[in-house]
Write a protein that binds this ligand. Structure first.
Ligand code: KG4
Ligand code: ZN
Length: 387
């Protein structure tokens, strides 16, 4: 089947077209088009993502991104599907809050016939609610325009699928599996006893791991997004092999459960850096100590979750799983302590937000549940346990 997927939960406007061949979970996937428009440059000026700015940017970018992805996939057109005045009106209502998006889409539809798509998938949470709504309403409008069903997908479920995607197929996952999802908005440990079942067994009580990276980066005067910046500084320090003199706290390490807390760690950095002008050396030292502390907590809590659940697989997903030190530490810890557990790390280009992962999750969801009549609602704090 041919799936067109849309992702607008945060600061990337992404659409992909993925062709599936065969039955889930043994299908083969061909990515025919994958376009990501990043808003990072816009948000960098503000030092973070503003939902209203993100929403406006998605509304401006969605049609150009759609045109691009359709051009790269080059799909045949559906037999003539005309658009009635009633449909036009309905699309206008759906997109009435999104500025010029309705006009852009209607102009697009006058010049482009409906492509042969079988299913539209759209992220409906979690994320920035105004940003999610643009994607959801756009997907509904396309569904009307093209006479194609649409389903809502959980962004975190998408991250799980991107980590087990080999580029062509899904890994032959052994259950139970533990997924550690670390992104800008979430830090969650999820237990999967089988496909389509998600039990939240640990989460952050305050900041998400990525959020802590972003906030600490800001304290060090580094640009948004902070994760890659901290990672670079820490890597530079590690290369110099300087003995470590700074140790930051490991919050909740001994809490006896799988929950996290990163705000104390962030405050510890704040005390360390406030009132002092930081040299390059200082920044590298703090970055390394911070990365060490976050990694230590993530690894220990996750290993605990694996041992408690008897998991046979570990999946790392979300933007923070791009971090090289975190990836290397998990690889090492699993080899040393739990060599029978299969570790799945996302390919570098699939670590951050993208629409391919939404198409993969959509295929899984469609195989299990088909298309339901339920209206798709954008939900900022949708939990993966509802997926
Ligand atoms: O999954 P994602 O792209 O978006 C959300 O769903 O939130 O994750 C973005 C987060 C940001 O906080 C960013 O700083 C972090 O991922 N990130 C990293 C790295 N690359 C991105 N954090 C640590 N190290 C990295 N290399
Ligand atoms: Zn994400």
């Amino acid at each position: 089947m041919m799936i067109l997927s849309i992702e607008t939960s945060c600061d990337e406007t992404a659409i992909s077209i993925v062709e599936t061949d065969g039955e889930f979970p043994h299908a083969t996937y061909k990515v025919l088009g994958d376009v990501i428009h990043s808003q990072i440059e816009i948000h960098r000026k503000f030092g973070g993502v503003f939902p209203a700015v993100a929403k406006r940017e998605h509304a401006v970018t969605l049609v150009p991104v759609l045109e691009k992805v359709l051009a790269s996939a080059n799909l045949p057109s559906q037999p003539e599907t005309s658009i009635t005045p009633k449909q036009k009106e309905h699309i206008g209502v759906l997109l009435s809050r999104e500025g010029d998006l309705a006009n852009a889409l209607l102009t697009f539809s006058e010049h482009n016939k409906a492509p042969t798509i079988d299913l539209i998938a759209v992220t409906h949470g979690p994320g920035l609610e105004p940003a999610l709504w643009v994607g959801v309403n756009f997907a509904k409008a396309l569904s009307l325009l093209w006479h194609v069903p649409v389903i809502g997908i959980n962004h975190m479920e998408g991250h799980i699928y991107s980590s087990i995607f080999t580029g062509e197929k899904l890994a032959d996952l052994a259950f139970p599996a533990i997924a550690l999802l670390i992104s800008g908005g979430h830090t969650e440990i999820v237990l999967m006893r089988d496909w389509h079942t998600y039990e939240l067994i640990g989460k952050t009580r305050d900041d998400a791991a990525g959020e802590a990276f972003d906030k600490v980066a800001r304290m060090l005067g580094l640009p948004y997004p902070g994760g890659p910046e901290i990672s670079k500084k820490a890597a530079a320090r590690r290369e110099k092999n300087i003995p470590k003199t700074l140790t930051l706290p490991r919050p909740m390490l001994e809490s006896g459960n799988c929950d996290f807390s990163f705000s104390g760690l962030k405050t510890a950095v704040l005390y360390k850096v406030k009132d002092s002008s930081l040299t390059e050396d200082d920044k590298e030292m703090v970055a390394e100590a911070f990365e060490d502390a976050v990694t230590d907590v993530l690894v220990k809590k996750t290993l605990r979750a694996i041992e408690e659940s008897g998991a046979q697989s570990l999946i790392l997903g979300g933007g923070v799983s791009a971090n090289r030190h975190i990836r290397a530490s998990f690889t090492h810890a699993i080899q040393e302590k739990l060599p029978d557990v299969a570790l799945y790390l996302p390919e570098a280009k699939l670590t951050t937000d993208n629409a391919v992962m939404i198409a993969l999750a959509a295929h899984a969801r469609f195989s299990a549940y088909g298309v339901t009549d339920e209206d798709i609602i954008a939900s900022g704090n949708l939990s993966v346990s509802n997926a």
